[in-house]
Design a protein around this ligand. Sequence first.
Ligand code: SIN
Length: 290
Amino acid sequence: MLQEAESAFRTITVKAQPSGFGAEIAGLDLTRPLSKDQLSEVKAAWARHAVVAFPDQPLSLEQLEAFTLQIGAFGHDPFIKPMPGHPNVLELRREPDEKATNFGAGWHSDWSFQQAPPAATLLHSEVVPPVGGDTLFCDCAAAYEALSPTMQRMLAPLQAVHSATRAYGVKGVFARETEARTLQIITSPEADKSLIHPLVRTHPVTGRKALFISPVYTTGVEGLTPQESQAILGFLFAHMTQDEFIYRHKWRPKMLLMWDNRCTMHFAEGGYDGHLRLMHRTTVAGETPV
Ligand code: SIN
């Protein structure tokens, strides 16, 4: 159940989830460019709620691209073949008879193994299955804030190791996959590289600190043994994925969702075998985490 519309906004209607994490934005036609005031209120609502849904937005690919560019420059999406003629749009299509695991079925923050991972991901629903197919989001800022001050101080100097190896590496999940998949994934030795980011990052707009790790892309903690890394990361993943930090997004057709990869991670749920699910996805470039 969404809350009453927030009075802080003049040009848009913003109704938040009871936790404040996640909100719906109405009163806009995203097929046209937004006014300066609308855009600034959309960005403010997004900063406040991290995951914002725009229901009833029948966007063409060109309109999705144009709205994305109002938020910021396109990000770089590696390891997946983009749509023909739309180099910045990924089509997440899973056919009714597809047996391969649904894409995104593991907690992650998009492309966190990049030097400057995307600030935002936008996902537009074309065909929504009648059952399953929800997307779950974890509030990584609230999860950080719920840790004891002693644990927060312990994590402060740590650098987490990020890599795409488990998913897109030459021995990764997709390289070993035997079932056919509509989404065209390009596994590569590039994916086996790794880099480090602060385990706790500070949001450039809100100033809030958030845990910046995920089970899919975080492979260790710099300077710790694998066992030590596993102990800390295992504790943090269990902590972050408790119900109190999760927003379950239920899709309706022609809905645009925009999430902030700097303070969330997400998980695409399956449960819709026998039904088509079709989404279009873009990303917005971000900054090097600090
Ligand atoms: C993803 O971007 O991880 C996929 C999300 C979804 O399909 O719900």
